[in-house]
Design a protein around this ligand. Sequence first.
Ligand code: NAD
Length: 340
Amino acid sequence: MAHRVTLIPGDGVGPEVAAAAVKVVEATGVRIEWDSHAAGSSALERRGQPLPDPAIESIRATHLALKGPLETPIGGGYRSANVALRQIFELYANVRPVKTILPFRSYDAIDLVMVRENTEGLYVGVEHFVRVGDDPRAVAESAAIVTRKGCERIIRFAFEYAVQHGRRKVTLVHKANILKMASGLFLEVGREVAKEYDGRVAFEDKIIDNAAMQLVIRPEQFDVLVTTNMFGDILSDEMAGLVGGLGLAASANVGTGAAIFEAVHGTAPDIAAQGVVNPSALILAGAMMLDHIGEADAARRVQEAVAHAIRVDGVRTKDLGGTASTSAFTEHVVKLVRRN
Ligand code: NAD
């Protein structure tokens, strides 16, 4: 039976990278029935909404989406379709693997996974200014909302991910020495959940500032990291820096209602419709999606094909110093996937 997947090509370079990812996923032989929908500024122009109902209904039915980047106006304009998707489908886990494809600086064997809580913490938007005298913005107050339920589901997710992917250790990152409640609860729940995995997955905790430093000094000590929203936001970009930036980074947003797979990069308007964008990140997001639906072997073939094309065959797009067009790179990866 074919897997049904909602495809959102998105804006800017989105349609180019989405077409490439579809070709590579299909080259694995896994049968997928794509249900394609517009979202972002392209949907706003055509349908008057950045996240049209048919796209939402499709994801409700398939529980799965492969999504290109969506343009979000800075400041005013409409509400981010990405944020709306996160809220509608309660996408509480943001998973970002980072793995060396091309050695970068002194790092040549990075293989880490960040599991970031995506719905709570300081990013819930509970904040206000307090007036003092005639200054209405004399004090700013922000609340970090952390729930036991939210901590438990993300930490359990990290351990389950470790078990399913043969990973040896989960490191919980926190600031419980200072934020004794908001971060302390996360650590307390982490220690409880870790007991259930004793003997199967090792567990340690690290304070955020030390974790940030250790990541650049001795990244090989880490494996899977789990942390709250803002720490995860910052550390996942730091981790991407260990493999040369965001260009090859894929991510999964997993929730109670759906899982949405995407590239970490944006719409890259400066290079859209020129046939030069590197489609690797969304192709690798496609591999994460295959893994999620139980097609682990197909996922591995895609990951290996992308790495082989770039590292061994030297078929590289301009951002990696090469001359390959998007379509030439994609065709090469398709050939390797079919051969594996
Ligand atoms: P960006 O990632 O689109 O581009 C930053 C730079 O990296 C540009 O020079 C671009 O050409 C280059 N680049 C990005 N991806 C590339 C690729 N695959 N191959 C080659 N070069 C690549 O970041 P931005 O300019 O800050 O954002 C542009 C738009 O994208 C904004 O509207 C932003 O809101 C949106 N955005 C969306 C998502 C998403 O939907 N998940 C994520 C990030 C940004």
